[in-house]
Design a protein around this ligand. Structure first.
Ligand SMILES: Cc1cc2nc3c(=O)[nH]c(=O)nc-3n(C[C@H](O)[C@H](O)[C@H](O)COP(=O)(O)OP(=O)(O)OC[C@H]3O[C@@H](n4cnc5c(N)ncnc54)[C@H](O)[C@@H]3O)c2cc1C
Ligand code: FES
Length: 267
């Protein structure tokens, strides 16, 4: 983990509330792995006081990376107003990222809305590792505007299935419902599932994967103040570790943000 000043190279809107941020930040770029995250100080001074957790969307050369973020509140709104040339104080890389599969086999990525953010970096790393897929992405959003960077996955060789709640792009409904139906009609199971999205989607993916007997890695979100295991503000109730009897509270920032589906006690 290092503290680095990242220079903003671009900060472009992709839709009214989605932004694509490019940073030159060589040290963190050389260390970060897919699924890890950063704590970003949005502005100098103490307003906003707390850093905001953001995932690495993809690496870019030389010595940089990109972030995809959704404007949801004051911090991300201020970030959206910050222009090229400004430097951001960034702490990272943080947390436990995705583990790559040991063998070739079908790999399924599932994203809901802004949950797509860390997956291009994972997809590039999987494909770049030489492991043979096939690779699939199931991506759900409220409307077609949420379904960004699909082309990037297709260029990497992913088969993509799109689902929107309003039916404006792809199938209409919830991504988990369509995916469940599709999986139940197939003989071949994915060898691993990677999932990132809202809590209800993650819970459904954990249950579905358990029923199919497929390992699932889930990137969780939590409100975070410190990002390094000091404030205990991001705790997540987890099953007892092997041999133990009592549930325990993991820190999402430290023990995650990526968890195995069966580790979590779902509400
Ligand atoms: C490990 C991790 C990685 C993340 N990666 C990304 C990313 O790549 N792109 C992205 O757009 N967002 C990501 N987030 C969520 C992002 O951190 C929050 O949206 C952001 O901190 C909100 O800050 P704000 O000041 O704009 O909103 P606030 O004013 O702090 O909050 C506005 C609303 O957003 C909710 N909110 C705030 N923080 C979170 C959070 N961590 N999770 C869920 N809801 C939250 C609040 O409850 C509130 O309803 C990530 C979160 C975590 C924990
Ligand atoms: S954010 Fe402080 S312990 Fe996780």
């Amino acid at each position: 983990m290092v503290l680095e000043h990242g220079e903003i190279l671009f900060n472009d809107p992709l839709s009214p509330d989605l932004y694509h941020l490019g940073l030159r930040c060589p040290e963190i770029a050389s260390l970060v792995r897919p699924g890890q995250f950063l704590m970003v100080r949005i502005r100098r001074g103490d307003d906003p006081l707390l850093r905001r957790p953001l995932a690495v969307h993809q690496l870019s050369q030389p010595g940089g990376f990109e972030i995809l973020y959704k404007v949801v509140g004051r911090g991300t709104r201020l970030l959206a107003e910050t222009g090229r040339g400004v430097t951001l104080d960034i702490l990272g890389p943080l947390g436990r990222g995705f583990e790559l599969p040991e063998k070739d086999g079908p790999v399924l990525l599932v994203a809901g809305g802004i949950g797509i953010a860390p997956l291009p970096f994972l997809a590039e790393t999987l494909v770049g590792s030489g492991r043979k897929g096939p690779y699939l992405l199931w991506f759900g959003g409220r409307t077609g505007q949420d379904l960004v960077c699909v082309r990037h996955f297709q260029d990497l060789g992913f088969v993509t299935e799109l689902v929107t709640e309003d039916g404006s792009v792809g199938s209409k409904g919830l991504v988990t419902d369509h995916l469940e139906g599709w999986l139940s009609r197939r003989q071949e199971r994915p060898s691993v599932i990677y999932s990132c999205g809202p809590y209800a989607m993650q819970r459904k993916m954990a249950h579905l994967a358990a029923r199919l007997g497929v390992p699932v890695q889930i990137a969780m979100e939590a409100l975070m103040a410190c990002g390094v295991g000091a404030c205990l503000g991001c705790s997540l109730r987890c099953r007892p570790p092997e041999g133990g009897t009592d549930p325990y509270y993991a820190n999402v920032c430290q023990h995650g943000p990526v968890f195995r589906g069966e580790e979590i006690i779902w509400e």
